[in-house]
Ligand binder design. Structure first.
Ligand code: NAD
Length: 361
C-alpha cells in the first residue's frame, strides 16, 4: 500500500507527464490516422444506448470493434454497425486485439470489479485504454491500473464525460479565477431511483453501491467547484429498502472539509432523484441544476451570469477530445490520476460511514 503522501506525489507526477505514443500507432513510417478505431468491451446499457450511438456522431474516432461474451449480441452489433468479423472478440481471445491495426483504443464498459483486470489485459495489447467510472474498487487497484498503462506505454483515460462539458468547465473556471472570493460552502447531490433488485449496482463484489456510482458526480461537483482536495470526510450510509440494499449503500450523505476552510455537504442515492450543485462564496453564489446530466447542465451566478452552453450530448465530445489528445500527444482531460483522486475519497467515505468517525485524508 502507498501512503497518502506517496499517492499524491505520484498523482502530481502523473498529471504533469506527457502522454505515450506506442510505436504501433505513431511509427514515423506510417501515415497518421484520420480517425482512431475504438473497441467497446461489455455491451450493456452504457455501451448499447449511449456510447455506440455517440460513436456515430464522432469525428476523430469510430466504433471499430467489440468484445462480448454473448454471441447473440455480437451478431446484432455486427449487423447494426457493420463491424467486420475480424474485429469481434470475446473474453477468451481478447489478447489477440494486440495484432489488430484497426483498433487503437480499448474502452472498458464493464462493472467496476472488472476494471482492473481488463485494464491490465488491454494495456498488455499495446492499445490505449479508456475506462468507465468509478475507476476501480480501491485506490490500490487504481494505482495498479495507472502502473500497468505506464509500463506498457499506453494512455489511460477515465470516462468522466462532465469534465468535457463547457457548462461544468464554467464553474471550474470560477474556482480558479475566484470572482466571488473564497468558497465557503458547497451542497452537491447526484442520485436517481434505481428500480432494479438484482443488478451489479446492488452487489458488493461487483462494485455496487451508490457512492462509487452516482457519488462520484456529487464528489466531483464539490472538488471541481472548490478546486481543492478534501482533507477530511465524515459520512452516513442508509437505506429505505433493506431487502434490496443488503450489501451496499442505497444512500450516502458525506461531508468534506477542504484546506481553505470550505466545507461541502454531499448526497448520493439509488433511491432519490436529485442532481444539483450550490456553491456559496464570500461575495456571491453559483447554482447548477442539473449538474451531471448527459446534456442540459445549466446554472446561474449571483452576478447575473447564466451558464447554458448548448451541447447535444457529452459523449461524442468526450470521445473526440480524448482521441485528439492521443493523436496530438497532448494531455488527456481526465487521466487515470483523476479517477484515483476520487476513489481515495470514496474509500475514505465508506470507512467513515462504517466507523462513524471523521477520516483524515
Ligand atoms: P450494465 O449492467 O448495463 O452492463 C454491464 C456489461 O458487462 C453487460 O454487457 C454484462 O454482460 C457485462 N458483464 C461481463 N461480465 C459481467 C459480470 N460478471 N457481471 C455483470 N456484468 C458482466 O452496466 P452499465 O450501466 O452499462 O455500466 C457499465 C460501466 O459503465 C460501469 O462502470 C458504469 O459505472 C459505467 N457507466 C457510466 C456512465 C456514465 O455516464 N459515464 C453511465 C452508465 C454506466
Amino acid at each position: 500500500m502507498f501512503s497518502r503522501r506517496e499517492v499524491l506525489k505520484n498523482v502530481a507526477i502523473g498529471t504533469a507527464s506527457s502522454i505515450f505514443l506506442p510505436n504501433s500507432l505513431w511509427a514515423s513510417t506510417k501515415p497518421k490516422k484520420e480517425k482512431l478505431g475504438i473497441a467497446l468491451v461489455g455491451l450493456g446499457y452504457y455501451s448499447t444506448d449511449i456510447l455506440a450511438p455517440a460513436l456515430q456522431a464522432t469525428e476523430k474516432c469510430y466504433l471499430a470493434g467489440i468484445v462480448t461474451g454473448t454471441p447473440a449480441k455480437a451478431e446484432a452489433w455486427k449487423k447494426k454497425y457493420n463491424i467486420p468479423d475480424k474485429n469481434i472478440y470475446n473474453y477468451q481471445n481478447f489478447s489477440q486485439i494486440a495484432n489488430n491495426p484497426d483498433i487503437d483504443v480499448i474502452y472498458i464498459v464493464l462493472p467496476p470489479s472488472m476494471h482492473l483486470e481488463y485494464t491490465q489485459k488491454a494495456a498488455k495489447t499495446g492499445k490505449h485504454v479508456f475506462c468507465e467510472k468509478p475507476m476501480a474498487m480501491t485506490a490500490a487497484e487504481c494505482e495498479a491500473m495507472i502502473k500497468v498503462c505506464k509500463d506498457n506505454k499506453v494512455n489511460l483515460s477515465i470516462g468522466y464525460r462532465c469534465q468535457h462539458d463547457p457548462n461544468i468547465q464554467a464553474y471550474m473556471k470560477v474556482a480558479k479565477e475566484k470572482p466571488f472570493g473564497k468558497v465557503k460552502m458547497v451542497t452537491s447531490a447526484a442520485g436517481y431511483f434505481d428500480g432494479r433488485t438484482n443488478h451489479w449496482k446492488q452487489n458488493k463484489a461487483l462494485g455496487g453501491g451508490c457512492m462509487g456510482d452516482m457519488g462520484v458526480y456529487a464528489l466531483q461537483g464539490a472538488r471541481l467547484a472548490t478546486g481543492e482536495e478534501p482533507i477530511a470526510v465524515t459520512a452516513q450510509a442508509s437505506t429505505t429498502r433493506p431487502e434490496i440494499y443488503k450489501e451496499v449503500e442505497e444512500t450516502m450523505m458525506f461531508q468534506l472539509e477542504f484546506p481553505s476552510g470550505a466545507v461541502a455537504s454531499c448526497m448520493t442515492s439509488f433511491g432519490i432523484n436529485m442532481n444539483y450543485l450550490n456553491v456559496s462564496y464570500e461575495k456571491g453564489w453559483l447554482k447548477m441544476e442539473p449538474q451531471s446530466g448527459y446534456s442540459g447542465n445549466q446554472g446561474s451566478m449571483s452576478n447575473g451570469t447564466i451558464i447554458n452552453f448548448p451541447l447535444k450530448t457529452q459523449q461524442p465530445k468526450q470521445l473526440d477530445e480524448d482521441c485528439m489528445a492521443l493523436m496530438n500527444n497532448t494531455p488527456l482531460i481526465v487521466p487515470g490520476e483523476e479517477g484515483l483522486r476520487d476513489i481515495i475519497i470514496v474509500e475514505a467515505t465508506k470507512k467513515a460511514a462504517a466507523s462513524g468517525q471523521r477520516v483524515k485524508l
